[in-house]
Design a binder for this molecule. Structure first.
Ligand code: NAP
Ligand code: ZN
Ligand code: ZN
Length: 347
């Protein structure tokens, strides 16, 4: 077993603290990766605080992982020692069901194996990227294009693919008007990716302070969601709305902003349900849909797309000793737009 240092929450009510644990030995198809950077996703906070239920402890969060291959198993074919690689939200799946065979492992019928807060085939819990190293099967590892910086790329492994995948799935492009609700980690990536696809983007935010950020990122319009007149001004404006909001809010207001046949795509996961009104959907044949991260092949495609379009996440790099403070700042919306932990601080 491989002794590893990390930061863990021991219960849903306690702060992250230093934690020692063991990774499995490197198997024939495994890569041992020294982690250099790991993004802080709002899902880390939801799960560390057991806001969705079913969390297991101790928990080492982190699923926006960038690092370097330091050892490759005897049967590894696709990666070499020294290569810069990424690991996202899952590290295995059944590999035989329809979605797995199609490359949509995130929809595996047996359930994807989460990078942390999951239970591996050997019955051991999985531990995530707030740690010095990780052992992952090569089939679930991504190649980081050399043009991208490691810190700015880490958030692409979750925030990037979670927004890229639905935009591509629904064919959002230059003839569409898109609204992005919530300008956080996911939201700012959605604006960047949609702009690269040629889409006209409006940002809907709770925070006036983000108006300039939205413009800088390329949004052509911006509105504050606490102002009721906004919901009149933007009625039937959008082909698609991508909702990245992490807290409960009224979806019905946003449905009314869709054109006929428009689609509200949910990616944000509030911890409480919302009542749906049928008429706004029925009268304009609108849809509400959801989407979770993306498959391995698609995630590689997203990374290559980002390299081609010079897209990285806007990040604030912190040492791991500041992770608890960073969680509080994420909850206050006080980060532009993603914290990334420099794991060099843990050595
Ligand atoms: P984040 O950086 O905290 O951004 C969330 C944004 O939501 C905030 O910046 C804020 O934007 C808005 N917001 C927060 N509280 C709000 C409230 N009470 N009412 C209205 N708006 C509010 O979080 P993130 O990392 O982007 O994650 C966003 C959500 O997506 C989380 O629930 C996360 O678990 C989920 N997620 C889902 C997937 C998936 O595969 N579907 C993947 C990753 C994350 P403004 O300041 O602009 O209002
Ligand atoms: Zn995430
Ligand atoms: Zn499967």
């Amino acid at each position: 077993m491989l002794p590893t240092q990390g930061y863990a929450v021991m219960t849903a009510k306690t702060a992250l603290q230093p934690f020692s644990f063991e990774r499995r030995e490197v198997g024939p198809h495994d890569l041992l990766i020294t982690i250099t950077h790991c993004g802080i996703c709002h899902s880390d906070i939801h799960q560390a605080r057991d806001e969705w239920g079913g969390s297991t402890f101790p928990m080492v969060p982190g699923h926006e992982i960038v690092g370097t291959v330091v050892q490759a198993g005897s049967a590894v074919e696709t990666f070499k020692v020294g290569e810069r690689v990424g690991v996202g939200c899952f590290v295995d799946s059944c590999r035989t069901c329809g979605p797995c065979r199609e490359g949509s492992e995130q929809y595996c019928e047996a359930g994807m194996l989460l990078t942390y807060n999951g239970l591996d085939k050997d019955g051991q819990p999985t531990y995530g990227g707030y740690s010095t190293q990780i052992v992952v099967d090569e089939h679930y590892v991504l190649r980081i294009p050399p043009a991208l910086s490691p810190a700015g790329t880490a958030p692409l492994l979750c925030a990037g693919i979670t927004t890229y995948s639905p935009l591509r799935h629904w064919g959002v492009g230059k003839y569409h008007k898109l609204a992005v609700v919530g300008l956080g980690g996911l939201g700012h990536m959605a604006v960047k990716v949609a702009k690269a696809l040629g889409t006209e983007v409006t940002v809907l935010s709770t925070s006036e302070q983000k108006r300039e950020d939205a413009e800088r990122l390329g949004a052509s319009d911006f509105a504050i969601t606490s102002q009721p007149e906004m919901f009149t001004r933007l009625q039937r404006r959008f082909d698609f709305i991508l909702d990245t909001v992490s807290a409960p809010h009224n979806y019905n207001n946003y449905v009314n902003l869709l054109k006929t046949d428009g689609t509200l795509i949910l990616v944000g996961v509030p911890d409480k349900p919302t009542l749906l009104e049928p008429f706004p959907l029925i009268l304009h044949r609108r849809r509400i849909a959801g989407s979770v991260i993306g498959g391995i092949r698609e995630t590689q495609g997203m990374l290559d797309f980002c390299a081609t379009h010079s897209i990285e996440s806007d990040v604030e790099v912190i040492p791991i000793q500041q992770v608890n403070e960073a969680y509080e700042r994420v909850l206050k919306g006080d980060v532009r737009f993603r914290f990334v932990i420099d794991l060099g601080s843990l050595k």
